[in-house]
Design a protein around this ligand. Structure first.
Ligand SMILES: NC(=O)c1ccc[n+]([C@@H]2O[C@H](COP(=O)([O-])OP(=O)(O)OC[C@H]3O[C@@H](n4cnc5c(N)ncnc54)[C@H](OP(=O)(O)O)[C@@H]3O)[C@@H](O)[C@H]2O)c1
Length: 344
């Protein structure tokens, strides 16, 4: 059995991981950590029957685990990942700290220096549909962000075909669990309920960096400065508990028709267990994916126009976080990629 530790088990991604791992047939939970609730049990914090104790990170026997999942806010994760790797244990980090390949880019978007630049070199961006082979041999997997998972999977076939250039508009809506369990005014019931609020619009949200990094690497760039890929990303807070829907507006080259685009998506995702390509006439919705590890993708063509509208939906806590982390663990340990996720 694979021994798994979870650092930051008391947050939304941490408890979701615990739920998935406790019923995973090849995994045993080694230990869970919390700083604020060390000494308490999971059932003290969540309405659940599980009496698993919570340890402070400093007391967690890191080396007893085969893999450690880190579910901490960005910046807090850097030293914790370093400690896990120093103990010789594989790490799957759900924060943004190891997703960007370049320390200067991290500092620019996250306004804090990267304290572990040497570890960036070994980190693999953990989107199995793009990087399965590198993940299999990795010591450190940087689990993608939730919005980026929906946008990157929605656009990758176009990038690979060389059809993604210039400005692409990504209009995304996320359920409130995307902001984590820590209370805040904007996510409080009265502020969020029956409301729909854009935030961090105007090319300012941090997730843009990983969207552009990955899509450019897949081919979504051009030498001509005017044609360089730019994701104009507008996130919104939607008053549901979970789920992300990204509606992506792309201008296709004149020579590309619907049949060619559909063929590119079919080729890119043939055999992918967690990508659900919808038939013509269907659009992705939250109900396609909530409580599942799937990404649903729909393609809508605007008649007599080069505009393609891609709808891409995921559950932010599953394919956008903890489900994807389990998928990555399955790849890391050579297990069937769907193990522990088949029914989600
Ligand atoms: N929520 C999502 O949909 C989602 C999706 C993709 C990625 N992520 C990323 O995953 C990470 C966790 O997100 P979340 O939504 O689970 O957050 P969360 O609900 O706010 O939970 C954060 C966890 O981190 C711990 N923590 C907070 N500050 C800490 C610090 N300075 N040092 C050590 N531990 C600390 C908390 O532990 P105690 O309070 O118990 O000490 C708690 O267990 C974040 O980096 C987030 O960006 C989240």
């Amino acid at each position: 059995m694979i021994q798994a530790g979870i650092i930051g088990a008391t947050g939304y991604t941490g408890i979701e991981l615990y739920r998935l791992l406790r019923s995973h047939p090849a995994v045993q939970i080694a230990w869970l950590t919390s700083e604020n609730s060390a000494g308490q049990r999971l059932s003290d914090l969540f309405p659940c029957p599980w009496d698993e104790p919570l340890l402070a990170m400093a007391d967690a026997p890191l080396a007893e685990a085969d893999v450690v999942f880190l579910c901490l806010p960005h910046a807090a994760s850097m030293p914790a990942v370093a400690a896990v790797r120093a103990a010789g244990v594989k790490a799957i980090d759900l924060s943004a700290d190891f997703r960007l390949h370049d320390a200067a880019t991290y500092q620019r978007w996250y306004q804090t220096p990267h304290s572990q630049p040497a570890l960036l070199a070994e980190a693999v961006y953990g989107l199995p549909e793009l990087h399965r082979a590198e993940i299999a041999g990795a010591g450190l997997v940087a689990n993608p962000g939730c919005y980026p998972t929906s946008v990157i999977l929605g656009l990758t076939p176009l990038a690979r075909a060389g059809w993604l250039a210039g400005q692409v508009i990504a209009d995304s809506k996320s359920g409130v669990s995307g902001a984590g369990r820590k209370p805040s005014l904007t996510t409080s019931f009265v502020e969020a309920n029956e409301n729909l609020s854009p935030y961090s619009i105007g090319y300012s949200h941090r997730h843009i960096a990983e969207m552009e990094q990955e899509l450019k690497a897949e081919g979504g760039t051009m030498n001509d400065e005017r044609q360089k890929l730019q994701i104009v990303f507008s996130p919104h807070l939607l008053p549901v508990s979970r789920g992300i829907l990204s509606t992506l507006y792309v201008t296709l080259p004149d020579s590309v028709d619907e049949a060619a685009v559909r063929a590119a998506y079919n080729d890119a995702y043939r055999g992918e267990p967690f990508v659900h390509l919808l038939p013509a006439g269907k659009v992705a919705t939250l109900q396609h994916v909530v409580h599942s590890n799937r990404c649903a993708i729909g393609l809508t063509f605007v008649p007599n126009s080069p505009t393609l509208i891609v709808t891409s939906s995921i559950d932010n806590l599953l394919k956008g976080a903890s489900g994807q982390a389990v998928q990555n663990m399955n790849v890391l340990f050579g297990l069937a990629e769907t193990m522990g996720l088949r029914n989600t």
